[in-house]
Ligand binder design. Structure first.
Ligand SMILES: Nc1ncnc2c1ncn2[C@@H]1O[C@H](COP(=O)(O)OP(=O)(O)OP(=O)(O)O)[C@@H](O)[C@H]1O
Ligand SMILES: [Mg+2]
Length: 270
């Protein structure tokens, strides 16, 4: 083997880890709520077509980190942030990056399903309408595709004009995912999206996450270690506002490099 082809081999073997493009890259991010520091020097990459699980005990900063990525956290006037976060190479804090654009690219799904008090159809059509889409046929098409994408179309296609509050919790959560897909995001942030759901609905959402990662980059907060192991490619372990480690999910769960990670995933605390 020539030196060149050997080098090539090496780089091919190393590729799976680093090959995918970063979608988000946080560098040295600190965040304070008033006097209280909630994030400490976060360095974290999120890659495309991957699911990144965020785990860690209550109060360690998981939700804060997610809300920092789409700048929702800054709705709180007490919040102060230092450090850098880039989204596809663009500084999210730059004045040249309108926050509305960021939030269109970066959708969010919350712990409790939060449909609007409107029909199933209007819940999904809401975002596209805000973006100026008025054409009825096009809206119908977007609604159908989004509901299909969120694996809920078959269950609601005959009740599109009923109030979304009439759906089950699991259906409402998938409706919220459909609402998020309707504006064609690039990244989906999910903050404990299954913690209010029964096991069957949880499985449906997990299956959906596995399908969606072909198209989207997903970051999901979970307290459920089995869930993190089942659905994520990478796992970031947060503790007291710091990232203790972020690695492939296989490694985090089989051979973490920090004792605190091992203690947490084996249930010794948290
Ligand atoms: N609006 C706020 N004002 C002041 N402190 C806050 C606020 N929101 C969160 N915090 C604090 O920031 C820290 C991180 O909170 P965060 O909600 O991000 O934790 P979490 O990891 O999501 O926890 P959980 O697993 O319970 O959801 C906590 O100490 C919390 O008390
Ligand atoms: Mg939280």
């Amino acid at each position: 083997m020539t030196e060149l082809s050997m080098k090539k081999n090496v780089s091919i073997q190393e590729q799976p880890e680093e090959e995918r493009e970063s979608v988000f890259e946080a560098q040295g991010v600190n965040l304070w709520y008033g006097q209280t520091q909630a994030l400490h020097n976060i360095h974290l990459k999120q890659r495309e077509q991957e699911v990144t699980a965020v785990i860690g005990p209550s109060g360690c900063g998981k939700s804060t980190y997610l809300k920092t990525l789409n700048r929702m956290v800054e709705m709180n006037p007490e919040v102060r942030i230092s450090g850098n976060i880039s989204y596809r190479g663009r500084n999210i804090f730059s004045r040249r990056f309108p926050v509305e654009e960021l939030r269109t690219r970066v959708g969010m799904v919350f712990q409790k399903p939060n449909p609007f008090p409107k029909s199933v159809f209007e819940n999904v059509a809401y975002g596209p309408k805000i973006h100026g889409i008025r054409d009825k046929q096009l809206l119908e098409q977007i609604v159908e595709e989004s509901l299909k994408g969120a694996a809920i179309w078959e269950e609601v296609k005959d009740r599109l004009h009923e109030n979304a509050f009439g759906l089950s919790g699991g259906q409402q959560q998938r409706l919220c995912i459909a609402r998020c897909l309707a504006v064609e995001p690039d990244v989906i942030l999910m903050d404990e999206p299954t913690s209010a759901l029964d096991p069957k609905s949880t499985m449906k959402v997990e299956e959906l996450v596995r399908e969606l990662k072909e198209t989207y980059s997903i970051m999901i907060v979970t307290h459920n270690m089995q869930q993190a192991a089942r659905i994520s490619d990478r796992t970031a372990f947060f503790l007291n506002g710091e990232v203790v480690e972020c690695d492939t999910t296989d490694r985090i769960f089989s051979n973490p490099s920090d004792d605190r990670t091992e203690d947490y995933i084996t249930g010794r605390f948290g």
